[in-house]
Every structure is written in C-alpha cells, then in structure tokens.
Design a binder for this molecule. Sequence first.
Ligand code: SF4
Length: 407
Amino acid sequence: MYHSIQVPLRTSADATPQGSSVPACALGEVQSAVPVSRNLALRLITCPDGDLPSLLAAARAAKERFKPGVITYSRKVFIPLTNLCRDYCGYCTFRRDPGDPGAHTMTPDEVLSVARAGEKLGCTEALFSLGDKPELLFPEMRQSLRRLGYKSTLHYLEAMCEVILRETRLLPHPNPGLLSAEWISRLAAVSPSMGLMLETTNADLLGPGRAHDNAPDKVPAKRLRTIEQAGKQGVPFTTGLLIGIGESSPDRVDTLLAIRDLHERYGHIQEVIVQNFRVKPTIPMAHWPEPPHGEMLRTVAVARLLLPNVNIQAPPNLSAPYYDDLMDAGINDWGGISPLTPDFINPERPWPHLEQLRLRTEAKGFQLQQRLPVYPEFIPAVLSKPGLLAEKLRNCTAEDGLARRAA
Ligand code: SF4
C-alpha cells in the first residue's frame, strides 16, 4: 500500500544558492574545454536566467565537437516483462503488487508477438523494462516463474533476450535493476548493451517519507557497484539521473561526477540519460512539484560539459511540448522511441510521432538518424566476441555504426 509523500515547503534544490552569477570567465573556462571541475559545474548548474543562453551555447558547441550535425534515436518496442516489483519508489506508476489492476507478467508468446509487430515497423531494439526481483517479495511471482519454467526473473529475462536474438531482427537491451557480476556476464552474452539508472547519489532519499523510502534496490552504493561491475566486464552501459525527486542541484552534479568517475576508469558508459520527474495522480508523490524546465536545461547542459564525449539523452515525451530546447542544451540523442508500444513508465506522456520528431530536429539544424541500442563507438568490442550476438549485431549495423535500413 502506498503512503502519500507530502510536498516540502522548500525542496532541497531551493537550498542551493540560486542566482550566483556565472562570471564570463567561468564560461571562458568551459570554452577552453578543460575538464569541468565540480566547483565550476556547481556554479553553472545554478546560474541565473541571464547566463542561461551562454551556458546552453557552450553545451551545444561541446555536443557539436562530439557528434556534429546529428541527433540519434533508437526505434524500439517496449517489453514490460513484469510490472511486479519489490521496490516502492514514490514516483513510480509502472509497478504493481500481485492482484492490483493491470499487474502482469508477460508470457513468451506475448513477448514474441510485440517484438514481431515492432520488427514490421522497422524497430531494432527490444527494451526490456521490469520490476526488480519481484519473486523475493511475492510468492505469486515465484509461482508464475515456476509455471513458466524459470528459477528467477533474471533467468526468465535471459531466456527472453535469447528468444529475441534467435527469432527476430531486434536486439535486446535489458533494464532489470541491480545485477551481480555473474548476471551482468550472462545478460551480456544475449544483449549488446544494458542499463541501470543511477538516479541519484543522495542516500538521504532512502529516508522516511522520501522518494526512495521502501526501495531497497535504490541504495546508491549498490547501483554504483552494478555499474562498476559492468565496467570491469567492458559491457556498454546506459545510466543516468532522475531530477526533481527531492535531490539538490549539488546532488545532480555529484551524480554526474560519479558516472564520470566510472567512465574514466572503465570507458563503458555509452549513454547518460537526464530524466525529469513528471507528476502523476496515482503516485505517492502526486503533489510533489515538477522540476522547472530551466532546471532540466541546466542539468542537461552541465551533463554535456562534464561528459563532453559521452552520449547525452533526454526523453522528448517528458519535456513536451518544449522538447526542442533540449537540443540547445547539448543532447545528441532522444532515446528509445516506439512507433508501436506506449511508454509504460510514463503512459500519460505519448512519444512524439517520429515524423514530428524528425521535423523538429531538422528545424534545429540536425539530422535525425536511427541508431541501435548499442552506440556505434561500442560496437567493435561486441563484435569481437564470436557467437549469435555478434552475428545478429553485424546484420543490423550499417557502415557508420548506426542502424542498417530494413531492405
Ligand atoms: S521505479 Fe523501478 S524499482 Fe522503483 S518501483 Fe518502479 S519499477 Fe520498481
């Protein structure tokens, strides 16, 4: 049963000194492309509105040095393998308890039928999103898994990734929550990339009445450990931060720095997603304020400047109708866009029609191009390991490392 999370009188983001002007010399430091320090990032992320255009210009220029002229997206189907989850995040509308209306674990036939429908529409990614280890909390999930013939949700996920690889032209990208070293290795054998949102490094959000109260898998140290394990195994990894859930602007910088630190050590972070909290009537945080658009733009811009050579993504549906601005802030990717399945995580926010997205991307001076779930720069490493995965990946990769057009 959800408890309601009360709106704070002041969010912790308010505690950040806003309006401390970014001196022209600070933006000069950025322009000279030195690695941006924590101190500079803190000043940039809280810059006053008057300095925002200069910050955005610096971020867009950094994006153009990294991936000029192009914004990518992944044409995907969303496969919510199970929406049962043992965590209760205050902002989540996806999760269900057994017996709740809409609670569902997909059958293998359902998985294949969604993937095949996506294949007909030119999709190249099967994004598996699912609750974290529901069988640890719910006997009903243990029964479902037994009926399906699997010991755990991860065993079932592994089998479904393999089915997608064997029977369709899609490539799986699993997002199953915390993973051990062994499970990273097993899933990496059946998917070219995987993901786990770090969300935030602020462990205070696990406290009573906060967003991660009763969400044992959202302990930042555990999430960092999973991302680090993936790095040790050289697995192309998608992660990111969730803004507006009670963290402060310095927390956002520290979360980005934690990701940068892992990427500097292992070089495996293929993409950083900056996702903004959107309120929904049925969640415990139903009365929580959404982060203003300006905070989203500042966070994306600082992400770009802290990680100038990493793909930065922001989902357009969560910033509609103003999502074009995200291109000014330095993103180079729109994430997964489905021509078929709704965004099950944010069902009230439909993805923009692909043609709309193309027109709006071009209006900003960029070409919209379809990528695979694994980014071009990480493909050679996946191809170097012989087997079914490399064979399937080779078949769907064009010469430039993006998605090969269906014949
Ligand atoms: S956000 Fe993820 S981990 Fe949290 S409750 Fe929802 S499905 Fe579970």
